[in-house]
Ligand binder design. Sequence first.
Ligand code: TXA
Ligand code: MG
Length: 333
Amino acid sequence: MSATDTIAVTTTILPADAPGLAAAAAVFARGGLVAFPTETVYGLGADAADAAAIARLYQAKGRPAFNPLIAHVADLAAARRIGRFDATAERFAAAFWPGPLTLVLPQADGCPVADLATAGLDTVAIRVPAHPVARALLAAFGGAVVAPSANISGHVSPTTAAHVAADLAGRIDLILDGGPVEVGVESTIVGCFGEPTLLRPGGVPSEAIEAVLGRPLARPAAAEAHASEQPLAPGMLASHYAPRATVRLDASAVAPGEAVLAFGPVTLPGASDAAAILNLSPSGDPAEAATHLFGYLRSLDASGARSIAVMPIPHDGLGEAINDRLRRAAAPR
Ligand code: TXA
Ligand code: MG
């Protein structure tokens, strides 16, 4: 029996109101695990300073411990106690926090985040989320909260409390239900330890960050970003966000029995015989598509189709993050 099979916890689901927030802060204080909404996806939180709680978090997710976590804090003052901001990091924080941007910075002296959460790196990932429930929870708890997406490692990220429960019921203490999230893809991750580098496209379009920077972000070579040995953003392994079905990108036709993840007007040959069709955005809006991406992948997977044909999606705005996640979902595994 593997270690993860021995977890048996009663999972409570509460609305994200004042009593729910107080209960969640109390769970953090005693070393427990709470899933909560952020504007990007639901996170699975633990007290960032509590190594035992973080060990339970890795176990609940089945996550390799070499994959470090993002520390979520209420404001820039709290972020400064964790990471060292250079002038560029200051500008990014001023422009995009609170919001779906994560900065990877050198650790500050006395950084309170447990080594287990930073996976032994001398950098740390920090984010000030914008979601009112996340903000209220961080204020109620008072400390930093490390939170990966609230899914079993390798599954698609959850955008509703029901998605969280489907993966983690019986493995975590509490789920705060704050309704569906508004962005739908994870935060953009930018490394600010040297030349500013895009480590993961996400909820802030890279064009917006580059407008603040005044030049293009560095981008790690694909081989480097996807290597399993020492990846720059270690969680960005090629096969991640994986449904059970095979994912086929840039489909120009539908094969018999395939499900279709559509974008814009559906004119694909064979679409009328598809096993199921869900349209990320009939009007072709990437932001709307992002809000539906992970939920629709889950639904099409649950339809039982063995293959999901994905229509082409433009790369601008949130399209960059959507295409990144789809490429990972389609990677061989
Ligand atoms: O939107 C989000 O970012 C969500 C919500 C819950 O905040 N969180 C999230 O966490 O997506 P997670 O654990 O699924 O992805 C965090 C990514 C991983 O790829 C991890 O390797 C990378 O951040 N990361 C964390 N610390 C890092 C560091 N010091 N250097 C490089 N990459 C780091
Ligand atoms: Mg994740």
